[in-house]
Ligand binder design. Structure first.
Ligand SMILES: C[S@@+](CC[C@H](N)C(=O)[O-])C[C@H]1O[C@@H](n2cnc3c(N)ncnc32)[C@H](O)[C@@H]1O
Length: 272
């Protein structure tokens, strides 16, 4: 089954504006793993479920060629509109049917996307297209452990964020629950003996209140909620921004909050 929750033009432009680029810490872990297992040269990386291309662009300086693939044409249109990356091309297609010859790919990545794939068909394609010792890197973050800090009101901001997640919870698909479980089942199903799962990579960053609310808007469960009840969903966003600003005692949504995120990464290398 293919999940088509990211198809709308609106949703794609929210993705382009508000989704995080994966942190450099996680990128470094992936590149070091690839270096250790397969070594240079890094010719072709394929970024599956690339969305609007944040992870594809992060990989671009490290590979001769990067191909971003997604089933949503609207997401790809947004990705293609970002100038300055001559070695990236974007293709419409699914992780379960990869348009690459056998043994041709150095690195297959999926950032916050692998939970949407059909596990066994994706893994069988990965085994086919990867070069010997080529690598899979599936990364994501576990939003349950996100922590917010602003002066002395971090706990209260965490509480607001948690309440928003609870409101959206009934609209969570099973697939998002798979991501919240840090891809444990997918990791177990990888047939390569050489594999590891790093469960907790703590990353500190900062984000404006406006962008945090925009990020909430990008969640598939928020989009599902909005489909069902557009006015209440819009109210939730406005009200959340208002509550954050009141707690912080500021008026500008551009005020920055410190954010602690917990990333995870599943790594595997195809046998020789
Ligand atoms: C949560 S978004 C992540 C996008 C981006 N990688 C990021 O880090 O923000 C998941 C993306 O996976 C895509 N997707 C879902 N199922 C897919 C499949 N079977 N093959 C390829 N892409 C898929 C969706 O269209 C969506 O753009």
């Amino acid at each position: 089954m293919t999940y088509r929750l990211f198809e709308g033009k609106d949703h794609a432009s929210i993705y382009q504006r508000y989704r995080f680029t994966p942190p450099v810490e996680v990128k470094n872990i992936i590149l070091q793993y690839l270096d250790k297992k397969k070594g240079q040269p890094h010719v072709l990386a394929v970024d599956l479920g690339c969305g609007t291309g944040q992870n594809s662009r992060l990989l671009a300086p490290h590979f001769q060629e990067v191909v971003g693939m997604d089933i949503s044409e609207c997401q790809l249109e947004e990705a293609r509109a970002v100038p300055g990356y001559a070695n990236i091309s974007y293709k419409k297609g699914s992780a379960e049917e990869l348009p690459f010859p056998d043994g041709s790919v150095d690195l297959l990545t999926a950032a916050s996307a692998a939970h949407w794939f059909d596990q066994s068909r994706f893994l069988s394609e990965a085994g086919r297209v990867l070069k010997p010792r080529g690598c899979i890197a599936l990364l994501g973050f576990s939003d349950i452990n996100t922590r917010l800090h602003y002066q002395d009101c971090g706990k209260r901001l965490d509480h607001i964020y948690k309440e928003v997640r609870q409101t959206l919870h009934p609209h969570t698909s099973n697939q998002v629950a798979v991501a919240d479980g840090k891809l444990e089942e997918l990791y177990s199903a990888i047939p390569f003996p050489d594999k590891e799962r790093i469960e907790c990579i703590q990353v500190n960053s900062s984000i404006s209140v406006r962008n945090l609310v925009g990020f909430i808007q990008s969640f598939s469960m928020f989009q599902a909620y909005r489909k069902k009840d557009p006015l209440t969903a819009e109210d939730l966003l406005l009200n959340t921004q208002k509550r954050f600003l009141e707690e912080m005692g500021v008026t500008s949504p551009d005020t920055e909050i410190k954010q602690e995120l917990e990333y995870f990464c599943v790594l595997a290398s195809k046998p020789q």
